[in-house]
Design a protein around this ligand. Structure first.
Ligand code: ZN
Length: 303
């Protein structure tokens, strides 16, 4: 006969259940909308007039920015998340464009509508590759701005991901983010989950395009951890930092393509993450280039 449970062990059980169910508080996820797959198409190879970021508020202070194609063929996506105490800008673009001014104007409009908050801006990166950090100098040393440098040590120190901790929460003030270390594409890679909207930002680790894998063991582990993580917290969409895929399944635009008039939609689903995980696990450490419907696993051993 099992020993009767004490009050404290019952509490532990409840807490355990709460953790398993992603928190006792009923968290209402505020879902945003995408208005069609082609809506992020940001011009062709040549600029008409002064190129500007395409900016849209997904929902409640989560802004999506897309760098125009004419300024850099990588045309990455940047994300700005705004809390009551601070805002987080994830990535600064691929260069050749003013990124500080549009961020300033979004924040100024937000502050005007929200009593002057947030006062602080954190600038960090999905990972440290050049097409995501090129605008860093526009933020470095500015008052009220903390720039987290691109290297793995700086990222881990800032978010508290040092040692064996590979997942932490980071509170922007009334907006809790989960930050996961996801090396594999690049050592300093992180994923950021926004509990308010259920959006998971996955950088170059998972997006509609060529998923370049440098460290296969680390990548396999990172994807498996993302699958487990998204089983525990509501994840409505997964958003990466490029679109290289065309709408036609199994088809991507060649490296260096600027004009992508028929590009795929940005958002990916958890089911697609699970399909990536299945394909990765099936390789059992022997990665080969594998084309799936909306992305391609692209190992880069030795590079
Ligand atoms: Zn990239």
């Amino acid at each position: 006969m099992p020993a009767p449970r004490s009050a404290s062990s019952r509490l532990t059980l409840v807490l355990s259940l709460c953790l398993a169910l992603a928190g006792c508080r009923s968290t209402t996820v505020r879902v945003g909308a995408f208005d069609g797959g082609s809506s992020w198409y940001a011009g062709g190879a040549t600029c008409g007039g002064r190129p500007a970021f395409r900016i849209r508020e997904y929902r409640d202070g989560l802004f999506i920015l897309r760098q125009p194609a004419c300024t850099n063929y990588e045309k990455p996506f940047l994300y700005l998340l705004i809390g009551e105490a601070r805002a987080l800008l994830l990535d600064t673009g691929a260069g050749g464009i003013d990124v500080a001014a549009p961020i300033d104007s979004v924040l100024a409009a937000w502050r005007a509508a929200h009593g002057g908050t947030p006062r602080a801006l954190i600038v960090a990166h999905s990972h440290g590759h050049g097409d995501h950090v090129a605008g860093d100098s526009q933020f470095r040393g500015r008052p009220g701005v903390t720039l987290v440098e691109r290297d793995s040590a700086s990222v881990r120190t800032f978010f508290g991901l040092a040692g064996s901790a590979d997942r932490v929460t980071y509170d922007l003030g009334g907006r809790v983010l989960d930050v996961l270390a996801i090396p594999g594409h690049e050592p300093a890679g992180i994923a950021v989950h926004d509990r308010a909207t259920g959006v998971l930002l996955t950088g170059d680790t998972f997006y509609p395009g060529r998923l370049y894998v440098r460290d296969t063991a680390a990548y396999a582990s990172s994807i498996a951890r993302l699958v487990a993580f998204t089983a525990a917290l509501p994840t409505i969409v997964l958003l990466g930092t490029h679109i290289e895929q065309a709408r036609t399944p199994y088809t991507d635009y060649a490296v260096g393509t600027q004009d992508q008039p028929d590009e795929d939609q940005l958002e990916l689903s958890r089911a697609e993450l699970v399909s990536l995980d299945s394909a990765v696990q099936a390789m059992r450490g022997r990665f080969t280039r594998t084309r799936l419907r909306r992305f391609t696993i692209w190992p880069q051993q030795g590079q």
